[in-house]
Design a protein around this ligand. Structure first.
Ligand SMILES: Cc1cc2nc3c(=O)[nH]c(=O)nc-3n(C[C@H](O)[C@H](O)[C@H](O)COP(=O)(O)O)c2cc1C
Length: 206
């Protein structure tokens, strides 16, 4: 079957399979602070690392209209900082709660019963007990093309300024996936766990 983007229904598919095809995706659980000092927390699975040195990450924010932006984007543009929290199994339900549509200024850490832990390099807190977190400063914002209804996505790019890893997920100085167990986003309502890990050398590597 071949079809054009957003024409899945005409092709006989009830739901858009794009996110199921581009899966698994890591979840960037984004903490941010507004210029009024309010704290915000929300998950973004259009999220990834872009580069290692310098370390850069991105997340992509859906907008229905040019004049309404989600709280995370508003905050990052206002104060220029954010924390990417990695969602471990223990944080899954809290992550889901934090995706609720709360009014601007509501703190999802409180709604989800989460502890705010001070960051090293920025004023935005990370989520307590997460396996890892990346402290970031805003590098750039890229407005992707809008659709016919005026909706679209705005990509936020950040430079990582400090990295937190829970010592409990390290074994022999390396991340132990069994302990780390980041939850990933698949398509539809599906999520995944990285529970079947294997190794392979690249050509020429010992
Ligand atoms: C697992 C998961 C992944 C999500 N990924 C995205 C995403 O990549 N982009 C987006 O705009 N919304 C995404 N959402 C929805 C936002 O989390 C939701 O709209 C949230 O209310 C935004 O919060 P904010 O306005 O506080 O930033 C996702 C929700 C969940 C549960």
């Amino acid at each position: 079957m071949i079809f054009k983007p957003m024409q899945h229904k005409a092709a006989g598919l009830p739901h858009n399979p794009l996110k199921a095809i581009v899966a698994p995706r890591p979840i960037g659980w984004i903490a941010s602070r507004g210029s009024d000092n309010s704290i915000n927390l929300a998950p973004y699975s259009f999220f990834n690392a872009l580069s290692e040195d310098p370390a850069m990450v991105m997340f992509s924010v859906q907008t229905d209209s040019p004049d309404h932006h989600k709280d995370s984007l508003r905050n990052v543009e206002e104060t220029g900082e954010f924390v990417v929290n990695i969602v471990g199994e223990a944080q899954f339900d809290s992550m889901n709660i934090s995706s609720g549509n709360f009014p601007y200024g509501d703190n999802e850490f409180i709604h989800a019963g989460l502890e705010m832990v001070d960051s090293e390099s920025i004023s935005v807190p990370r989520v307590g007990k997460v396996p890892a977190a990346l402290e970031c400063v805003h590098y750039d914002t890229m407005h992707l093309p809008r659709n016919a209804q005026g909706g679209g996505y705005i990509v936020v790019i950040g430079t990582v300024t400090s990295i937190y890893i829970d010592d409990a997920v390290l074994r022999d100085g390396m991340v132990d996936y069994a302990a780390f167990m980041p939850i990933s986003r698949l398509g539809y309502r599906d999520y995944g766990r990285s529970s079947d890990i294997f190794q392979k050398n690249r050509p020429g590597q010992e």
